[in-house]
Design a protein around this ligand. Structure first.
Ligand SMILES: Nc1nc2c(ncn2[C@@H]2O[C@H](COP(=O)(O)OP(=O)(O)O)[C@@H](O)[C@H]2O)c(=O)[nH]1
Ligand SMILES: [Mg+2]
Length: 179
């Protein structure tokens, strides 16, 4: 595994752990150690790969997600039940049916994608951030594909879409816990 992949996996662990800590500080019932996390993003953003890496599984075996995919990621004191929703155009309109009960959101982005896909992802992110069932939740935006030469950092360096990304993040809901 490359150094870059190792760094990315470590970042994922830290980010998910931060998600867990935010949830814990929010008002956790003492006995509730499981949290339902939603994982969304366009097809090929790397949602399934991210889950595989968090579970120390072989990412070569990742197959396209049809419908949804639920994986339990165990930490020392909690389990995150991460529900990945398929990111295809035909499936995205049904995403909101699966929002209920979520306690945190991971939005995975292919940060090396073309401007058109980046804009499509921004629109989906915008909808998710505004949704009544998600707008108060901890929200992690995971800028994936950082190993690629043309990867952008979000929102600082995503070309023409940059200002829109900033606006989306700034206006998104009333949560105080964006990552
Ligand atoms: N280079 C690179 N490829 C990635 C990365 N994350 C995922 N992929 C590849 O992108 C493709 C789609 O990944 P997948 O996890 O199925 O995306 P999903 O549709 O969002 O679940 C697969 O071929 C992965 O190996 C990444 O960070 N860097
Ligand atoms: Mg998938």
């Amino acid at each position: 595994m490359s150094e870059c992949a190792r760094v990315i996996i470590s970042c994922c662990r830290i980010a998910l752990h931060s998600c867990y800590q935010v949830l814990c500080c929010k008002d956790p019932p003492a006995s509730c150690l499981e949290y339902d996390i939603l994982c969304i993003g366009l097809t090929n953003a790397g949602k399934s790969t991210l889950l595989c890496q968090l579970l120390d599984e072989n990412t070569n075996k990742v197959t396209p997600t049809s419908g949804f995919n639920i994986r339990a990621v165990q930490f020392e004191k909690a389990i995150l039940n991460v529900k990945e929703l398929g990111g295809g155009e035909g499936i995205r309109k049904y995403w909101s049916r699966y929002y209920q009960g979520s306690q945190g959101v991971i939005f995975v982005l292919d940060s090396a994608s073309n401007e058109e896909d980046l804009e499509e992802a921004r629109l989906e992110l915008h909808c998710a951030l505004q949704h009544p069932q998600l707008c108060t939740l901890p929200f992690l935006i995971f800028a994936n594909h950082q190993d690629k030469l043309d990867a952008r950092s979000i929102p600082e360096d995503c070309g023409r879409a940059g200002a829109e990304w900033k606006r989306t993040l700034w206006k998104g809901g009333n949560t105080n816990s964006r990552v």
